[in-house]
Design a protein around this ligand. Structure first.
Ligand SMILES: CC(C)(CO)[C@@H](O)C(=O)NCCC(=O)O
Ligand code: NA
Length: 607
């Protein structure tokens, strides 16, 4: 059979794909007609603040794991080897810090959106700047998320491009608008399982086609696809242990620490402990997801070696490789291509729905409600209409993405770093630096975004114009192990402004968040820093005191049994999350700052 001929779906494949959409829709309908029937914003946006950690952790993982990762990671591993796998190291600190610093601060303030924190800590203007930046980030990201699976499907199977975009966009918008956060979380759970199953099925069949496990291993090892620790400190090398393991921590913090979509899940937990647990449980889920997508890249290499379908010009971009591989290898397994396409779209649906729900949340809570009072029923109706509107805006954005052209994984992670990075900096400025003031915060954010777009767009343009150094592709991999790559890079290392532009995209988040903190502090000191007493209580994390008490516990282990306040949280287990004004938590909050906590938050949160 001619390998360049388009591969077609069988009827079973279509049925499986349709089943995914029907099942997701049904979950949406179920939550539209049960419980409180989505009649309050508390239910629609916060799932009644009663979620448990298992569904939450799967949902937390699903939010930023879209078809982009399912398609992009194997393509990356196929071309450049397993170096990217080291991003898994960044998950450790990238989740521990949110669990023990961001969640306690945000949860105890009873926020309605993470941007409300910015108003409590700084002022209304900072809150609005943060909200607008977030909306900008998520709309672009969702555009990429809707477009990616549809494009790959179109290129390989001839499936109608805009048909797929519209089908996913509309189904997703509908179940998000009908079922609220409960539907979003439970479809995430279902879709994550479909995603894992699809990937696993392809890997198993792929290993079989490559001649078994040991044969697969020999092929990828001889092909130089197993990378060791690359400890090259050069920040312009795209993927090294430092860019992935350290730069990745900042990326993770911007996503799992301060991104509204994730914080909303922490806030909808029954208890703070449950929120922290869900954050812990994301770790194994993320590692499984990363492992499956990296393995898929290796299996693909074992099957094609250096004769990639891209090289043979059966396809036109790296991002079509995974789907080509699936259609090529799974031809004789009716239903499996459909399962994988369901996997791909599951990954994206779970991302889009989380994004739409969080976009509706910030728009109502940060932009509308503070400025005009309305009844609960009105606010809920408005939230649903906002979810639909954002669905349509994101569909339009998919068209804009269609006009751009870049490797989807790098594009998505660059957006996180370019827009999420400055936001992370803004929150860090507030949480760790009591002296920072509002003017510093706004100026810092502006400076961070400026540098970010300068480097990001400069880098994009200079990569476009200087395709002198060919991307590391399969022709020169035969002889070149990972060491040779470094030499090629070093020889052509760019200088001056070009050096600045060629900063690895994995450092964007770190660079941009540090810029915000640095500029924010300088401006704060120039315009009169905030005095300790003027900082709203509970909005600052006491770094020094926590470090000192940790040290104390290490030196004197017996002291922890008497002075540790943990038993107070445990005492809450049986108390339902609604009763948060309980004395135990008040006391906990007081360990942050010794004055009356959350008094001024209440008017807005306990509607
Ligand atoms: C963001 C991480 C690193 C962790 O969640 C990973 O899921 C990923 O590479 N995501 C790429 C973007 C996407 O899949 O939409
Ligand atoms: Na997803």
């Amino acid at each position: 059979m001619d390998p360049s001929a388009p591969k077609y779906f069988t009827i079973i494949d279509y049925v499986i794909f349709a089943l995914l959409l029907v099942a997701s829709m049904s979950i949406g309908l179920y939550y539209a007609f049960t419980g409180g029937r989505q009649s309050t914003t508390r239910e629609f946006l916060f799932a009644d603040r009663s979620m448990k950690c298992l569904p939450l952790s799967l949902s937390l993982m699903a939010t930023f794991q879209s078809a982009v990762a399912v398609i992009g990671t194997p393509a990356e591993v196929y071309t450049n080897g397993t170096q990217y796998w080291f991003i898994g190291c960044s998950y450790i600190l990238g989740l521990l810090i949110p669990a023990h610093i961001f969640i306690p601060v945000f949860y105890r303030l009873h926020l309605t959106s993470v941007y409300q924190y910015l108003e409590l800590r700084f002022c209304k203007a900072v809150r609005i700047c943060g909200t607008v930046t977030f909306i900008f980030q998520m709309v672009i990201y969702v555009g990429v998320g809707i477009y990616t699976p549809a494009l790959a499907l179109n290129a390989v199977t001839g499936f109608h491009l805009w048909g797929a975009v519209l089908a996913t966009g509309l189904v997703c918008t509908l179940y998000t608008a009908l079922g609220g956060l409960k539907a979003v979380v439970w479809t995430d759970v279902f879709q994550t399982l479909v995603m894992f199953t699809g990937q696993l099925a392809v890997i198993i069949v792929g290993v079989q086609q490559a001649g078994g496990l040991s044969e697969t291993w020999v092929k990828v090892r001889d092909g130089g696809r197993i990378s060791g620790f690359d400890l090259n400190p050069d920040p312009t090398v795209r993927h090294t242990f430092w860019t992935l393991g350290v730069g990745g921590v900042f990326l993770m913090l911007s996503l799992y620490g301060v991104n509204q979509a994730q914080v909303q899940r922490y806030l909808s937990s029954r208890t703070e402990k449950e929120a922290v647990m869900s954050c812990y449980m994301v770790f194994p889920c993320l590692q499984v997801a990363l492992m499956l997508s990296c393995l898929m890249g290796l299996v693909m290499y074992a099957c094609y070696g250096n004769n990639s379908p891209l090289e043979q010009q059966y396809i036109t971009s790296k991002d079509q490789m995974v789907l080509y591989f699936v259609m090529d290898m799974l031809q004789n397994f009716p239903g499996l291509p459909g399962l994988f396409v369901a996997c791909l779209f599951s990954a994206s649906l779970s991302t889009i729905s989380s994004a739409l729900n969080s976009l509706a949340t910030v728009t109502i809570m940060d932009l509308i409600k503070p400025h005009c009072s309305m009844t609960e029923a009105r606010a809920t109706l408005l939230s649903k209409m906002l979810a639909v509107s954002y669905g349509i805006i994101c569909l339009a954005m998919a068209y804009v993405v269609h006009l751009m052209n870049s490797s989807v994984l790098q594009a998505a992670l660059s957006i996180f770093g370019m827009v999420g990075g400055p936001l992370l900096g803004l929150f860090c400025l507030g949480i760790f630096f009591p002296c920072a003031n509002s003017i510093g915060a706004v100026t810092g954010l502006a400076a961070g975004l400026l540098i970010s777009f300068w480097v990001g767009i400069g880098g994009f343009l200079s990569r476009m114009s200087s395709s002198v150094v060919p991307p590391f592709n399969s022709t020169n991999t035969v002889a070149a192990g990972p060491d040779n790559i470094t030499i090629i890079d070093a020889a052509s290392r760019p200088v001056g402004l070009h050096g600045f532009y060629s900063l690895s995209y994995m450092w964007y988040s770190a660079l941009n968040s540090s810029t915000v903190v640095l500029i924010g502090l300088i401006i704060s000191f120039m315009t009169g820093r905030t005095k300790g007493d003027d900082v709203a209580s509970g909005t600052v994390y006491p770094v020094v005191r926590t470090a000192r008490s940790l040290l104390h516990k290490l030196v004197e282990p017996s002291a922890c049994c008497t002075s540790h306040p943990r038993h107070k949280i445990d005492g809450h287990k049986e108390i339902n999350g609604n009763v948060k004004e309980d004395a135990g938590i008040q006391e906990e909050t007081e360990t942050f700052l010794p004055s009356n906590p959350v008094s001024h938050v209440e008017q807005e949160t306990t509607v």
